[in-house]
Ligand binder design. Structure first.
Ligand SMILES: *[C@@H]1O[C@H](CO)[C@@H](O)[C@H](O)[C@H]1NC(C)=O
Ligand SMILES: *[C@@H]1O[C@H](CO)[C@@H](O)[C@H](O)[C@H]1NC(C)=O
Length: 369
């Protein structure tokens, strides 16, 4: 009898010490709280689930089979992108930045930029071998006094051959699992880490630091296409971690960025970089590489989930045309963008602009207007 009483007391002590325990999941009315709550069934901790479609908190196993749900981590809850001026994404902004990214792919970036964005002056251009297969990575730093802006632009792959590029992307994806420690204890794929070291740390970092010193009140736009998008988001997080610039000054916008980093990276970038948009054109194959195992991270253990390749918010998705977009409310694109299949052609036609044609035209501004 005493024994049973002791057990009950011990159990009561454990459950009160256990923040997040609720009597019934259905009592919880918001997603963040629901995802952090659990009930105890006998001695077992069972996490509540926030059913995203029905906007309700339920016990385990109760969401409709087709509904995405958030559990175990409030990070999985939907978040709406800012709409305020200066904080939101617009197609005009996307196109303008993308024209700079394309200039970085031109043989003569200065010449291209002179036609498309005459206010922007290149400070340093770098082109280095970024892997053992002698693939080149390029990037540049630039300034616009008119826009009071600094730019860090990452080019991405230098091949426009779709077959070669597809093979290249698959070879990167096959390295999935080789993670490298990165800022704030996050993980990035080794391939991207090496490219980042060679291009940013060794080539562009000194220059951007001196530009920041010279123009301390300017904003810093960081952008890139494909692999360049991964380098851009790594750079944004790295510069914040090293306090090279206040993070409120950073504007991160990428195009067709692959899943080159893990769940902890996605969480960290959402925590540290307020202005961040990841533009995805239709079924761009690169934006879905490497593939994700469990988009909601609910089936995996927490430790395994933290090592999954994972996207950050906000995905800006163009689907029907080149003007209107949706912004996904979840970090991973599940339920917002079709993750099945993928088309490499979509990677090379952001805003309906064929990269090859644009570069051949000498970067005619009217292609973008
Ligand atoms: C990353 O850091 C963790 C501990 O912080 C360590 O256990 C792990 O081996 C490191 N991984 C690499 C690839 O250096
Ligand atoms: C930067 O990241 C490292 C881990 O990679 C961490 O130890 C350090 O505290 C971070 N710096 C800041 C300013 O948070």
């Amino acid at each position: 009898m005493i024994c049973l009483l002791q057990l009950i007391l011990v159990a009561a002590a454990i459950s009160t010490a256990n923040a997040g325990m609720v009597n019934a999941c259905s009592d919880v009315k918001d997603c963040a709280k629901c995802a952090d709550s659990h009930i105890n069934i006998f001695a077992f901790k069972e996490h509540c689930r926030w059913c995203i479609d029905t906007k309700s908190c339920t016990g385990p196993l109760v969401c409709p089979a087709s509904s995405a749900y958030a559990s175990k981590d409030a990070f999985k809850c939907p978040t709406v992108a800012p709409l305020a001026k200066g904080k939101r994404y617009t197609t005009k902004l996307g196109r303008s930045l993308y024209s700079l990214v394309l200039a970085s792919k031109h043989d003569k970036p200065e010449k291209c930029i002179k036609n498309s964005r005459p206010d922007v002056k290149i400070s340093k251009f770098a082109n280095v071998e970024c892997d053992s297969s002698k693939n080149k990575c390029g990037g540049l730093t630039a300034v616009s006094k008119e826009a009071k802006a600094l730019y860090l632009i990452f080019r991405g792959a230098n091949t426009l051959d779709k077959q070669m590029f597809t093979e290249f992307i698959h070879s990167i994806a096959s390295q999935f699992g080789a993670w490298q420690n990165f800022s704030y204890g996050t993980g990035v794929m080794s391939y991207f880490y090496t490219a980042f070291q060679r291009l940013f740390v060794e080539e562009l970092m000194t220059d951007i630091k001196s530009l920041i010193k010279q123009y301390p009140d300017y904003r810093l736009w960081i952008t890139g296409h494909g692999i360049g998008g991964s380098l851009a988001s790594m750079t944004a997080l790295y510069m914040t971690n090293k306090t090279m610039i206040p993070s409120e000054k950073i504007r991160l916008v990428t195009f067709g960025e692959p899943r080159g980093s893990n769940y902890l990276f996605a969480k960290s970038i959402e925590k540290h970089i307020q202005f961040r948009y990841r533009v995805v054109n239709r079924k761009d194959l690169v934006a879905n590489t490497p593939a994700i195992l469990d988009p909601e991270g609910n089936m995996l253990t927490n430790a395994a989930n933290e090592k999954q390749p994972y996207h950050y918010r906000y995905a800006v998705h163009y689907d029907d045309n080149d003007q209107d977009f949706d912004i996904c409310e979840n970090s991973e694109d599940h339920k917002c963008r079709n993750l099945l299949g993928g088309d490499i052609a979509d990677h090379f036609t952001y805003f309906g602009v064929k990269i090859e044609d644009y570069l051949k035209s000498g970067c005619k501004k009217d292609i973008f207007v």
